[in-house]
Write a protein that binds this ligand. Structure first.
Ligand code: FES
Length: 321
């Protein structure tokens, strides 16, 4: 299928407690499609679940392999467990070509890179790229403990050690990441890039906004979705504009599942509002955004939503389908 690649797992390694890295090369040899720092790929896990994983290596125009790292989510929906348990070196996997919703600003401004836990993966790729380009940056990586710190040797090796600092939650308070202080030390005009658990990202963005950072200097990539279903959710209608068909979305149903039951298929991938695959234009009505994909500005601009998880504030939405 277009946009998919057959890759072989050429290396699997435990890089921290509950975190495995996988190096993926084209199954029939050759050079993989290029990517830019911050990019991710979809991985079809042996369980059948499709998951998004950021590429953690330095970007290149002709990569021989992609490296991803996967946190084993014990309470997750099985995708990460399948990667940890079912996938072995030598196995074949299907992945998508890289996509990037977390691009570095092209202006050359200083970069402040903040990672929480497994959020280090795209941040590490950015750091390698910035270091190779000689662009100013600092990297701050917060983990629960030394044992759960992936890529420690890489971060403390040549090229990154001067710019990277690692913090652990189990350290004394003066050695933990102080978000406000870190933001305050950033050079004027710096762009902020943050990736990690939703709570970490929200905390960083909240502090940055409170400190007066412009929205266009804030960039984030989520790895886990926020709550999608909310108590008190109501049913509503969606109208498929091409046919005029009206589809009822029940209170406990997603728009995509209601549409699918009515014979209208929308392409999906993460089904958690993270990847953007399902983005659909809204021609009328008010979406209730539940995704982690759009920025606040994009939401304010209106006109589109993620039907895999978002709902409606109005009685109906007219969709460009
Ligand atoms: S399928 Fe990923 S955002 Fe909807």
């Amino acid at each position: 299928m277009t946009g998919q690649l057959k890759v072989r797992v050429v290396r699997k390694a435990l890089v921290a407690e509950d975190i495995c890295s996988f190096e993926l090369a084209l199954a029939d040899g050759g050079v993989l499609p290029p990517f830019t720092p911050g990019a991710h790929i979809d991985v079809w896990t042996p369980s059948g679940a499709v998951r998004q994983y950021s590429l953690s290596t330095a970007s290149t125009s002709a990569p021989a392999s992609y490296r991803i790292a996967v946190l084993h989510e014990k309470v997750g929906r099985g995708g990460s467990r399948s990667m940890h348990i079912d996938v072995r070196e030598g196995d074949l996997l299907t992945v998508s070509v890289p996509r990037n919703h977390f691009e570095l600003d092209a202006s050359g401004s200083p970069s402040l890179l903040l990672a929480g836990g497994i959020g280090i993966t795209p941040i590490l790729s950015m750091a390698h790229h910035l270091s190779a380009q000689g662009r100013p940056f600092s990297l701050h990586y917060a983990t629960r403990s030394q044992a759960r710190t992936a890529f420690w040797e890489e971060l403390t090796g040549r090229g990154l050690r001067e710019s990277a600092r690692v913090y652990h939650d189990d350290s004394p308070v003066e050695k933990k990441l102080d978000i406000a202080n870190t933001l305050g030390l950033a050079p004027d005009g710096a762009h902020l890039y943050v990736c990690g658990p939703a709570g970490f990202i929200e905390a960083v963005l909240k502090q940055a906004r409170a400190a007066g950072w412009d929205e266009n200097r804030l960039h984030r990539e989520f790895f886990a979705a926020g709550p999608v279903a909310i108590e008190g959710d109501q049913a509503f209608d969606v109208v498929v504009v091409s046919t005029g068909k009206i589809v009822r979305v029940e209170a406990d149903q997603s728009v995509t599942s209601a549409l699918s039951a009515a014979g209208v298929d929308v392409a999906t991938s993460c089904e958690q509002g993270i990847c953007g695959t399902c983005v659909t234009r809204v021609l009328e009505g008010i979406p209730d955004h539940r995704d982690s994909f759009f920025t606040n500005d994009e939401r304010d601009a209106g006109g589109q939503f993620t039907p895999c998880c978002s709902r409606a504030k109005s009685a109906r939405l007219v969709l460009d389908l």
